[in-house]
Design a protein around this ligand. Structure first.
Ligand SMILES: [Zn+2]
Ligand SMILES: [Zn+2]
Length: 316
């Protein structure tokens, strides 16, 4: 009996001394092909009109083509305030916070852009925010004292650059093409507004049309990446949303959003990348704050203030 016990103990010792434990947020870097990361945010579609509809009739390119080219999270959530600025802030800082949706207040925590630019001592042309909604300019900065107005990315948030005006998704798409061609930034976030803006007008058919247009922009952006000699087969594209919209029968339904109903919280994440498995669906829960944490591992910088999880299962 004692002999068996000793044998068991020595077996345990053997296991503990020979297994190399890797920290959870580290990955085998030598296997990574990703050199560039792009986050595309389609503002405010409801899951029931996108991937939640098995025919994907309003997102034919995302649902019937691109989904099979990448890994899809079927249980992806915004677990914080379901508004535009708070949703984007969760994504870029890795922290949920209540923040004015007016674009007049800065996020509490430094963003992935700032952590990235500082850690790599990189020029601001290496990181871009290109947004149809001008108020998203606030994502470039933070209230955090040691970071305020430092290591800020390049921005195109409305044509005037003052954060006040909105531009069409066509202008945002054209700017994206130009930036990819001229700068080939390492880290880019793009926001398309049409789906959210038209839904707020209570225009159901217009909302569905906007979904189709954004679906097409997503497809074109992936094609831009794959036809760019620098970015081709070296870019990870995250396609996601900041929030959904109320379920039918909840308040004013698809017209609005902002609470914790399933329609507002349940969003989607599709990842196209040389480092993920094609045509794979992950049911495991994941959420907005996990995106920047995962990017920090892909691009080799730390995000100590992030509360997100590194989505290691993506790269298995
Ligand atoms: Zn909205
Ligand atoms: Zn809701």
């Amino acid at each position: 009996m004692i002999q068996r016990f000793l044998l068991f103990i020595s077996f345990l010792l053997f296991v503990f001394t020979t297994t190399s434990f890797q920290p959870l947020d580290k990955m085998p870097e030598k296997k990574l092909k990703t050199k560039y990361v792009v986050v595309l945010v389609i503002d405010g579609p409801r899951f029931s009109e996108t991937f939640g509809d098995s025919t994907c009739q309003y997102i034919p390119k995302l649902g019937r083509i691109l989904k099979h080219e990448g890994t899809f999270y079927s249980n992806f959530q915004n677990n914080g305030p379901t508004y535009t600025i708070s949703g984007h802030t969760a994504m870029t800082t890795g922290v949920y916070q209540s923040i004015s949706n007016s674009g007049k207040h800065l996020p509490k925590n430094p963003s992935m852009f700032q952590y990235f630019l500082k850690s790599q001592n990189a020029d601001k042309s290496e990181a871009w925010i290109i947004a149809s909604k001008g108020k998203l300019e606030v994502l470039a900065n933070t209230k955090a004292k040691k970071w305020w107005s430092l290591y800020m990315p390049s921005t195109y948030c409305g044509a005037k650059g003052n954060g006040a005006d909105y531009v069409s998704d066509a202008q945002t798409f054209n700017k994206t093409k130009a930036v990819f061609a001229e700068n080939t930034p390492t880290l880019t976030l793009i926001n398309l507004l049409a789906v959210d803006a038209i839904a707020h007008q209570n225009d159901w058919n217009g909302y569905l049309e906007a979904l189709k247009k954004c679906d097409d922009y997503a497809y074109q952006i992936w094609n831009e990446i794959q036809s760019n000699p620098e970015m081709k087969d070296k870019t990870t594209l995250f396609i996601t949303n900041d929030h959904g919209r109320h379920l039918d029968g909840r308040k004013d339904g698809f017209k609005s959003h902002g609470d914790k109903c399933e329609g507002c919280k349940h969003i989607s994440l599709l990842v196209l990348s040389p480092d993920v498995i094609k045509d794979r669906v992950i049911d495991q829960p994941a959420e907005l704050i996990d995106i920047s944490k995962t990017i920090s591992v892909l691009l080799h910088f730390d995000m100590p203030t992030s509360k997100g999880r590194y989505l290691d299962e993506l790269f298995l």
